[in-house]
Design a protein around this ligand. Sequence first.
Ligand code: VG1
Ligand code: CO
Length: 542
Amino acid sequence: MIITIPTTPYSDQRPGTSGLRKKVRLFQRPHYAANFIQAVFDCVPGKPGASLVVGGDGRYFNREAIQLALRMAAANGFAHAIVGCGGVLSTPAASHLIRLRGAVGGLIFSASHNPGGPDEDFGIKYNIANGGPAPETVTEAIFARTQVIKQYATLDTPDIDLDQRGACRLGDMSVEIIDPVADYAALMETLFDFAAIRAHRQSGFSLIFDAMHAVTGPYAIEILQRRLGFENGSVVNGVPLPDFGGGHPDPNLVNARALYERMMARGAPDFGAASDGDGDRNLVIGRGRYVSPSDALAILAANAHLAPGYAKGLAGIARSMPTSAAADHVAAALEIALYETPTGWKFFGNLLDAGLATICGEESAGAGSDHVREKDGLWAVLLWLNILAVRRLSVDALIQDHWRRFGRNYYVRHDYEGIESSQAESLIQALRAKLSSLPGQAFGSLIVKAADDFAYTDPVDGSISRNQGLRILFTNGSRMVFRLSGTGTVGATLRLYLEHYVAADGDLAMSLSDALADLIAAAQAVAELESRIGRSQPDVVT
Ligand code: VG1
Ligand code: CO
């Protein structure tokens, strides 16, 4: 029976860079998750007769949230729900399912790279019918609904068995519990030359994939071990756990340290990779060679035509503004368009739908293509494997070859975490106020050429997104960007992105610290980091 529960608004339900993220305890407050889900459903047109995809990254509170969402979906008039068995769907697999099954949208329960557990983080993302994250117009409409919500609709039925594949009913809605991996794995086989990758493996090529006890484990085991034949044990930490084994499923050099050390040690495999909580990001490390995500995007774009799914070439490349310009050099050489968007995958959807871009990427270890409308960690790994199988070069040789052709964008990101929000805001405000006076000023040997607050006009629908990061560009082509994270749940995180370009005939073998030392000093000075937030060193360097 449908029941209507009275409720009152929570003021803090505005989605951030990628959905609504909060501490689990905050989600457990009375009606908190239900309010947000009802607000989402209120903004979904055409629910009668429609299908909804539901899944999550398996973190703590995932199952409770899914049971609630399914009851509410039935009470809100959806005809059909497609749910990953065990409540599990990686973000890219959910995106694919929405498209494959013509669903009106999907709910993905994940806080991605944020840690999980009763005292850690939870999140809800809503994806629209194209399979991609809801764009800002939709997330703002959802937020507006949360501010006036008075009631939500649900059923008074018991929980369903999420671990039993097959069909069941919930009120008037049919529920289909499916294998979360099969459709995704089949899609990957259409894009990549699995036979070539297998042949490369047979010639001795080896890999290690760290699933970080997050959602990618079952996908990686099926695709890398079962279908491609990499030996058992190539996928490590492959069992998803509600608390990710106590780790932090963010595939960077801090949280995937063990992988990094293995790849730098004697006897390392040829290729190392890791993915994040919900499977949409990837870290790539060759034997003895870390690959910065911005370089990875450029290398994938330059070589994508070697994989069958991209043999026709690329329509265009899109990258988020803080991502280095390495991909720009590739786009120029290929004579295709390069789009620069704000941070967050939701800005790529229109470009992909319109056929303007084929490959997209972000400096935060996210890359993807028009095969889905999310970034996709395993897809990136498979594209790497396909490229390496064709070119038969080591990762290190491939990257050196790339720099010799396109030049090198030395790049680093500094994160200052857990800053008091008001201090972070005032740092940004003070810097914003200074921007117009910066051109012409010198910081050591660096002279400011231009400075602005990045705003983006979507070329497809004309929507404008402002305040997307402060950029300072120097006359020698170097650049720094400051922005506040939109995915954190404690205080504020300041991200500082630093980049220095050296052309193909320049010094391509500097250390990052040498290449970027002047820029780091200039950033500290211009933003007055030490005096405003009391920090002289970042917490995380990636
Ligand atoms: C971060 C990354 C951004 C990414 C977002 C969601 O956002 O910087 O590139 O799209 O996380 O990724 P922010 O606002 O904290 O900088 V995920 O894998 O959390 O869905
Ligand atoms: Co993610």
